[in-house]
Design a protein around this ligand. Sequence first.
Ligand code: BMX
Length: 287
Amino acid sequence: MDQDNAILAVDIGGTKTLMALVKASGIVAEATVPTRREDGPDTWLGAVATAAAPWRGQFRSIGLAVTGYVHNGLWSAMNPATLGIPKDYPLVAKVERLFGLPAVAFNDAQAASWGEHILGAGLGKDLVFITVSTGVGGGIVLNGRLLEGLAGHFGLTAEGDDNGFLEDRVSGRWMATEARRLGYEVDARQVFAAAATGEAWAADIVDGSARRVARLCRNIQLMLDPPQIVIGGGIGLADGFIDRVRNLVAPPGQVAPVSICRAELGVHAGILGIADLARAKSVQAGG
Ligand code: BMX
């Protein structure tokens, strides 16, 4: 495939959809459209096609990084609270018909893991990626390969005696809910700001989230022993959060805690990751 041909990379998250034309040299154009939860996948994809119309003819394949479970080109919600997707929505077939071009699809956090592996904090080494934002997503690059399917869905692991979702006790949504329970009508950003000024109620909320993420990191270390854990997302990168997590990861015995570092690609991690995955698929197919 002509390496100068761009990929249309699309990252559909729980609140917004980021799109970009990505060449081997990097992002050459980008646009954002809202993901209106009440609309549904056909409308979300229609909005992508409309926004991408000016770029028609400049890309020969499409990469989709989407919140939710992707398997054999079908898309489903794991936690409808993050985004309500009908079970087994035929995502790849719909996009290929909409654009008349080949498409590949991965979970958003898996795509971001690949982005951090090839271009970000991963420096080409194996890693486990955790993104703490609206939900908690993740991805695993092991022996140079990205694990697909359910791999990395850390936000859906069981937390608490009622076997609730970990992300429902860690994410920004949880912080705001916890603050409201204590009588403070604030969002996660304001919780961090209050914690930074020494407000004990706010520091307790941030510590509660960091403690659960630290426990996740310890469990990942004992299960996969990765060279590093890369943490991203609006909450993951908030002031002091990673330091709190580092101080709380306590593996058993004389084992040194796993290296924990900050993601580097921000909102572009998924876009850059899925573009590389789509390019590799296209080259493989002789595109
Ligand atoms: C949820 C799940 C994951 C996703 C993660 C982060 C859904 C719709 N999403 O655990 O697939 O990676 O949230 O989602 O079940 P984000 O939109 O916050 O990136």
